[in-house]
Design a protein around this ligand. Sequence first.
Ligand code: HEM
Length: 216
Amino acid sequence: MQPSVSQQKWIKRLLFVLALLPLASVVWMGVQDRLGANPIEYITRASGDWTLYFLCMTLAITPLRKLTGQAWLLKLRRMLGLYCFFYACLHFTTFIWFDHFFDLAEMWKDVKKRPFITVGFTAFVLLWPLALTSTNAMMRKLGRRWQTLHRLVYLIAVLAILHFWWMRAGKNNFGEPIIFGSIILLLLGARLAFHWQQARAAARSLAVEASMKEPG
Ligand code: HEM
């Protein structure tokens, strides 16, 4: 059974507010001076983590919708994707502003020292076209090309894990990158499986149609 339209609206509103809690919690802890010895590192990590969580949640919608038959879940996907973009913007802003005060030479030095930043930056750049074309008007305008463009999310997911993995490699701490890498693999695998199933069903119905048209 699907929730009614008004229940769906309430769920969407609730999710909108809940998704702001990570930001509110960092602001609250900042005001109380509880961000630890290195507040910039804390904010960079928290915003990076939440970018990844929202990316996983966005990718989970399609498999969840197919498994449960709850088509309305699609209505949440755009919001989750935009929150992923929002936290990525905060993550990036923390890096260029609070960490480097827009000093390009300093940033370049850091990127050379920690090349995983370039991978994160590539993922961030690729998020832009997805965010900018997320409106209904852009969806209509682009037609089938919209879906092709939004397949970039798979590449973004792979880059996000590579960024995380590489960053933790310096610390020999692979626990979380392995967990999130497995989640992303599972979600991408589920999408591929559904896609394959759909293609097989379409081929089967074409074959049935063709055999019915055969003379005799
Ligand atoms: C889709 C884009 C991105 C995702 C999903 C992402 C995700 C993450 C994650 C999960 C972490 C590790 C947090 C932790 O240890 O708990 C991280 C760390 C980091 N990210 Fe990103 N990131 C992205 C883009 C970027 C960009 C654009 C930059 C800067 C140009 C950047 C710079 C960093 C830095 C410097 C750290 C390390 C912080 C530290 O050593 O304390 N990331 N990111």
